[in-house]
Ligand binder design. Sequence first.
Ligand code: DX5
Ligand code: ZN
Length: 218
Amino acid sequence: TREIFIAPSILAADFARLGEEIAAIDKAGADWIHCDVMDGHFVPNISYGADVIKAIRPLTKKVFDVHLMIAPADPYLEAFAKAGADVITVHAEAGVHLDRSLQAVRALGKQAGVSLCPATPEHAIEYVLDRIDLVLVMTVNPGFGGQSFLESQLAKIGRIRTMIGNRPIRLEVDGGITRDNAAAVAAAGADTLVAGSAVFRGNSSADYAGNIAAIRIA
Ligand code: DX5
Ligand code: ZN
């Protein structure tokens, strides 16, 4: 069985105390740190950029999993690589030259991920499977934390698990993940679970270790 990684999304953190929040989720057992970058163009919200990631990078040794919800992405890949991203995920819908974007990420020495919005079929990744280290299935429409999980994506997760075969590609899910649906997404084939609200406000509790553990145990 695959080891499940939990990747708290710091979009749900208290930005006024971001450094302390990073230290807290590190100590609480986060496997990866998920960073949501939004440009107000590809998605209808603006979050933070490479300078913020660079500022928090020294605070933990954990993998920085950078989810770029920006279009175009290519002009900014180097900045995120230099800021300390380990995984850089671009959206299949963010540009017409996905293959080129993924090559660019690997040329920067980083792991390359591709993300699919809920309405994008799994076929979008068919011809880039040998260029990627991660597939990110959005289980909400990207742009905001705290939305409800879209059940329609469970079938897509299963189909992508089959497409991956025995390639060393992680299958990540992002959006509306809770202790209540974690088992279903893992059973469908996901091995990396992003969680924002469920970690930082899980069952309205600030017990980050308890919230991460509850997802992992589920
Ligand atoms: C949505 C982001 C997610 C989001 C997850 O656009 O990509 O990472 O922050 O937050 P929750 O877990 O609250 O849905
Ligand atoms: Zn994300």
